[in-house]
Ligand binder design. Structure first.
Ligand code: HEC
Length: 489
């Protein structure tokens, strides 16, 4: 690394440190107080059910004049809901012949004879559909289930005799915002491997939630990872597991959510600045991942590995949801023949983006450059005949329009072949290459790079600001990095 580079990185590091410290002092600013009515101030348990549940999730359909209300013969608006439910025979014929009431008033023994309870009890979903094929759909129709807390609150109210007045149901049930998620099954702990579990954590309404969660693995020997499984609750956009360089020198806060965006939606620069040191270990843009490396290849975790878990969730509803992620890292049976090295090709000095203009930057990394950039000893390079690329994805910031990668072969008469394309800076595709992957998504043809060959990186940016931009770690700066896995032969 040239002196200029080291100075630049040191300089950027100091800026980051400064921002890191200044941001920390802001963290005791409290979020604005929720103006919603306190649950204790409602007139009764039934009043809470009406306002917090029926009015929010049911009366869009169960309102006078609506065709759904006519089909179900049930109106849940506050003027008539109590009278429409209590000791009323259901409209549904199967429920009628089973002797159910919409809501009975005999306390606990009424609970399982109340059709309202059957219709909302999502955690019992499988039994509902298999035991009672003619009971219709679970409610609210076409929406995510009520939270387990809301369901328990209604259940408690019915168990207490379903009165129209008085506080009979336990308000603390409503703190549980977990929802039954039919698609999510926690992973079993692997027999030969480790399980990492994140959450459940809250995903706030009407925004994106993206954070980092740092922890130390405290492994006293190297580990080789052969297969990765990831399982996330619905609503996820991506999940990435990062590691840090061995003996990483910046202290990162342990076991807390470090959010990428501040409450005002601006980027939290202290979080962003640390991202530059993260090493992509594994990740997925799908809700589930199950990928096994080709035979004789595995990832390596050095002694005392530190991880950052990075979930990204979207929530465009008005309710808080829960996110949760399980990651299983399965060990290789024996030390692999080839270690999947982390590829990282940085373009730094070439980034120069004049204001109000589109700029395209290209840089080639020939065989030796790729090896040296990724930390291989220049003396050992002569013994290497081939680089096998296993995975690629790009990293840039918000000014990026397109990022392309081409393979330069040593035949000057042919055009360079494109092997990677991305036009979404926030969510770069993660591509897998070569034979032998056990993966249900597309795997691209093998990429082998021989001496005299290389990779050409090409990225275009639109700088809409009035200032020239160059390389840096802040969201307003730019980057051009190619990440991935490779091994040498
Ligand atoms: C998108 C429209 C829609 C929403 C929202 C909705 N429902 Fe329904 N509901 C229906 C329809 C249609 C039926 C009749 C068909 C069925 O039972 O599957 C029905 C039936 C019912 C029944 C059975 C009535 C009977 O006598 O057979 C109950 C109880 C019920 N809904 C409760 C609720 C509750 C509680 C909510 C809110 C948590 C809710 N519904 C939200 C459309 C809706």
């Amino acid at each position: 690394m040239s002196l200029k580079h080291s100075k630049l990185i040191l300089y950027v590091f100091y800026i980051c440190l400064f921002i890191f410290i200044s941001c920390e002092s802001e963290s005791d600013i409290q979020p604005p107080q929720d103006e919603a009515m306190l649950l204790e101030d409602y007139e009764s348990s039934y009043h809470i059910i009406q306002v917090e549940i029926f009015d929010k999730y049911c009366t869009s359909c169960h309102v006078a004049g609506n065709t759904y209300a006519e089909e179900s013969r049930l109106i849940l608006t506050s003027d008539t809901s109590y009278a429409s439910l209590i000791n009323v025979i259901p409209n549904n014929e199967a429920a009628q012949s089973d002797g159910l009431l919409l809501v009975g008033t005999d306390g606990l023994q009424s609970l399982y004879a109340s059709f309202l309870w059957e219709k909302i009890n999502a955690p019992n979903q499988e039994n509902f559909y298999s035991d009672h094929p003619y009971y219709g759909a679970l409610m609210p129709l076409g929406s995510p289930a009520l939270t387990n807390g809301q369901i328990d609150f209604i259940g408690d109210w019915i168990s207490e005799g379903a009165p129209g007045t008085g506080h009979v149901a336990d308000i603390s049930f409503l703190d549980n915002i977990e929802r039954y998620d039919a698609e999510f099954t926690p992973l079993e702990v692997p027999e030969n491997g480790i399980q990492i579990h994140l959450g459940p954590f809250e995903v706030a309404p009407q925004k994106e939630t993206e954070f980092f969660y740092y922890f130390e693995l405290n492994n006293d020997s190297e580990l080789f990872i052969k297969r990765v499984e990831i399982e996330m609750r619905s609503g996820s956009h991506h999940f990435i597991l990062y590691t840090y360089p061995e003996n990483f020198w910046i202290a990162v806060e342990d076991s807390v959510e470090r959010h990428l965006r501040n409450p005002d939606e601006s980027y939290n620069e202290s979080v962003l600045s640390i991202m530059a040191y993260q090493i992509f270990f594994t990740g997925t843009q799908w809700r589930q991942l199950d990928v096994t490396f080709p035979e004789n290849v595995a990832l390596r975790l050095p002694v005392n590995t530190t991880f950052d878990q990075n979930p990204h969730y979207l929530n465009y509803s008005d309710d808080t949801y829960l996110g949760e992620v399980y990651t299983n890292l399965h060990f290789a049976e024996s030390e692999p023949e080839h270690i999947a090295e982390i590829l990282q090709l940085n373009v730094i000095e070439e980034i120069y983006l004049p204001p109000n203009d589109t700029t395209t930057i290209e840089k080639t990394f020939m065989f030796e450059d790729i090896l040296i950039e990724n930390g291989l000893d220049p003396l050992s390079i002569t013994t290497i005949d081939k680089i096998n690329i296993l995975q690629l994805f790009s990293h840039a910031h918000e000014k990026m329009l397109e990022f392309e990668v081409f393979i330069i072969d040593n035949d000057p008469s042919t055009e360079d072949e494109q092997i990677y394309y991305n036009n979404d800076w926030e969510h770069p595709p993660i591509n897998y290459y070569g034979e032998g992957w056990d993966y249900e998504h597309p795997v691209y043809p093998a990429i082998e790079i021989f001496p005299e060959e290389g990779l050409r990186l090409k990225a275009s940016y639109y700088n809409w600001t009035d200032e020239t931009l160059d390389f840096g770690f802040l969201s307003t700066d730019e980057m051009m990095i190619l990440f991935g896995y490779f091994y040498t032969q």
